[in-house]
Design a protein around this ligand. Structure first.
Ligand code: PTJ
Length: 254
């Protein structure tokens, strides 16, 4: 990995880029994952590389959904493994549920390497190496899933997911939580709760929200979920993004 000086104003973004590049070299992340990261970086730049208030609200609602779920599931792909494997393991531990490796560009080697990475970070149970069922509406390798994991889940967290798979999970009647920096992606539009934030900030925030909300009454969590409107959230993201950009452009004059 290239050494990034801590004093660099865009330190966190450059470290994330290095992690994804290292993921490709280690065989964890797909080459396409580099392009996905670049797209994510561009959107992150447009929101000032900070968590927006709307994203924080979505994160708290996501935590409420996960706490209310009977069978929540957490999906991990090659970019997620490179950027936030430790944090995903911590989230799974906080909820006492397994992680499931679920790849768009599936190879058995990459699934194994990601599962090993998660186990080396302390994951007690990792699904996805032995799939036993297909999700309807997707082509074969992208459809592969595990009973007892994503396939049977009522609530699924899908960070950095492709739109087709998000739609297929929604069509199965699941509540889907997306983490996606592009507020206009099909995934962000189709998900039940879209956290428009960088995964490196979103998952730690989600863990904190799970801890904060754990003591609340079920009825209070249900109220949070009932009052949440994902379209409103995406519109708020657009407004927050525009006001950030307006500030940046007006600063060009000074
Ligand atoms: O490991 P695999 O084979 O499962 O492949 C993973 C990728 C991400 C390559 C695959 O799912 C894919 O092609 O995804 P897309 O369709 O490019 O969508 C990824 C979405 O994640 C895009 O909307 C990006 O803007 C967004 N994104 C990229 N990096 C980040 C991100 N969102 C949050 N945090 C990021 N760091």
């Amino acid at each position: 990995m290239t050494e990034i000086p801590k004093s660099h104003p865009r330190y966190a973004s450059l470290v994330a880029r290095e992690r994804v590049a290292a993921g490709v070299k280690e065989g964890i992340t797909s080459v396409q994952g580099l392009i996905a990261q670049g797209r994510g970086e561009a959107f992150d730049y447009l929101i000032g590389e900070l968590t927006l208030p709307s994203a924080l609200k979505a994160t708290r609602t996501a935590a409420a959904l996960l706490l209310l779920a009977e069978r929540p599931a957490l999906s991990v792909n090659g970019n997620v493994a490179a950027l936030a494997s430790r944090e995903m393991v911590d989230l799974a531990a906080a909820l006492n549920i397994p992680l499931e490796v679920n790849l768009f560009h599936r190879t058995e080697e990459r699934v194994r390497l990601i599962a090993d990475r998660l186990r080396s970070q302390g994951a007690s149970e990792v699904l996805g190496e032995k799939t036993d069922v297909l999700i309807a509406g997707l082509d074969h390798s992208r459809a592969r899933a595990t009973r007892g994991g994503i396939f049977d889940a009522d609530v699924v967290l899908i960070p950095l997911e492709d739109g087709d798979r998000c739609e297929a999970l929604v069509a199965m009647g699941k509540k889907v939580i997306a983490i996606d920096l592009n507020p206009l992606s099909r995934t962000a539009r189709k998900a039940s709760v879209s956290i428009v934030d960088n995964i490196v900030r979103a998952v730690p925030n989600l863990i904190q929200a799970v801890r904060d909300l754990r003591g609340l009454e079920r009825s209070e969590l249900e109220r949070m979920v009932r009052e949440y409107d994902n379209k409103e959230t995406l519109q708020a993201v657009g407004e927050e993004m525009q006001s950030y950009l307006a500030e940046q452009f007006s600063a060009l004059d000074s």
